[in-house]
Design a protein around this ligand. Structure first.
Ligand code: ADP
Ligand code: ASP
Ligand code: MG
Length: 407
């Protein structure tokens, strides 16, 4: 049985006119496959009545929900969205049924708010597909083995789609969103960002981890493991978007190996900590600080240990927790809030000299101070002030000739 999985993000299902377009894409998929599994996000963005952020503020304004109940509430957004789309499809003559994540057999651990999928039990979904052509599944949610409802982390409907694609051995997982596909930069920040017709799982995974929220990195990892092709495309056009596979090149694609930099990306709301230590106490300080932060579950980035200083960054939301932990342990430290991480990502930079020099020159030409830097085989990162973030992205995008315009 040929199955296509299609996922529609919040803006794609926000209003009746958009849901009409969604029905068109589903009809098109039914011409290419026997059955279509449709994964939906909650309708709209913050402010829309049933969007995830709206549900979260409703809870905040009325008390303090615990993690378990917050997940139950958030899961309602996708359930409402899926039932509404299924009703529309039925009205248009499709044979359709709706399933929650739990009913679709998505079994997770108990990490409320950021649960990991442990197994996929798709028997009931397959039964539903025998009687229907379309199964609409609520994205972003699953259940623990004991039946608690969990959510998969913000942006997690992509993960639902990939996990279903992998479990059902789908022909393709199509991620429909509000931009044309994966681009060289966030088109909302960089006007001349260019569409990439083909990227590898690794490239998009790096971009996604460094902040390009167009696809959730976990969704890419799951598709990569089973080698299920992903296509990222726009709900609002018929253009083919971006094909994500493990291959570079191919018809119409460019050879990713030749691409020095695939794209640039950024993450804001970051705080830098610089902690002083005496060289004679260095080992004790390192162990004490990192153990304490690990116990509190604080995730660190830009970690740099030097003889007289430890540096790292945390998400702004963890700033006061880290500050009070360090104060209690009696360390002297300096906090720099309102930072951003800009990254240049590209498999082609591995082993090529001169990339960092171009990054440094491009940022210097715009008078942007690099507060810290880091690198891996396929990425270079710079910490800059949040106010400089957009300028830095533009400078790097231009330096590596990523845009649609000639520079
Ligand atoms: P959805 O609700 O459809 O899941 P998201 O908001 O999660 O949509 O992701 C799509 C958004 O990702 C786009 O609107 C765009 O602003 C942003 N984005 C960031 N980086 C990129 C990139 N490199 N290519 C395409 N979109 C990007
Ligand atoms: N609605 C959820 C969120 O806003 C999941 C998703 O959209 O993928 O994070
Ligand atoms: Mg998303």
């Amino acid at each position: 049985m040929k199955i296509i999985v299609q996922k529609f993000g919040g803006t794609s299902v926000a209003e009746p006119a958009q849901r009409e377009r969604v029905c068109g894409h589903i009809a098109n998929a039914l011409q290419r496959a026997d059955k279509v599994v449709v994964v939906v996000s909650a309708m709209g963005r913050a402010g829309s009545p049933y969007a995830t952020d709206t549900l979260l503020s409703l809870l905040r304004e009325n008390g303090s929900g615990n993690a378990r109940e917050t997940d139950l509430l958030m899961a309602c957004g996708e359930i409402i969205s899926g039932i509404i789309l299924s009703a529309k499809l039925r009205e248009q003559g499709f044979r359709t049924c709706f399933l929650t994540g739990a009913q679709a057999g998505i079994i997770t651990d108990r990490t409320f708010g950021d649960a990991r999928i442990q197994s996929m039990q798709t028997e009931y979904l397959l039964t539903c597909l025998q009687e229907n052509d379309v199964a609409v599944v609520a994205g972003f949610q699953g259940k623990t083995p004991s039946g608690e409802i969990t959510t998969l982390g913000r942006g997690g409907s992509d993960t639902t789609a990939s996990a279903l694609g992998a479990a059902l051995n789908a022909e393709v997982v199509e991620i429909f969103t509000d931009v044309d596909g994966v681009m060289t930069a966030d088109p909302k920040l960089i006007q001349d960002a260019r569409l990439l017709s083909q990227v590898t799982y690794n490239e998009i995974c790096q971009l996604a981890r460094e902040g390009a929220k167009v696809v959730h990195p976990r969704a890419v990892e799951i598709a990569m493991e089973k080698n299920i092709p992903l296509r990222v495309r726009s709900t609002f056009s018929d253009s083919p978007g971006t094909l994500v596979t493990n291959r570079g090149g191919g018809a119409g694609g460019c050879d990713v190996q030749e691409r020095l930099i695939t794209g640039v990306t950024s993450l804001s709301h970051i705080t830098q900590f610089r902690i002083s230590k005496k060289p004679e106490d260095a080992i004790k300080a390192e162990r004490e600080i990192f153990h304490r932060l690990a116990e509190e579950g604080v995730s660190l980035d830009f970690i740099s240990i030097q003889p007289e200083e430890i540096r790292f960054t945390v998400k702004e939301e963890n700033e006061s927790l880290v500050q009070s932990l360090l104060e209690k342990m009696g360390y002297r430290f300096h906090i720099l809030p309102h930072c951003a991480k800009v990254a240049a990502v590209g498999a082609g930079m591995t082993g090529k000299p001169g990339v960092m020099s171009r990054v440094v020159d491009a940022l210097a030409a715009e008078n942007i101070a690099i507060l810290q830097s880091g690198d891996s085989y396929t990425s270079l990162w710079c910490l800059v002030k949040e106010n400089d973030m957009k300028k830095a992205l533009m400078a790097l995008h231009k330096e590596f000739s990523l845009g649609t315009k000639e520079h």
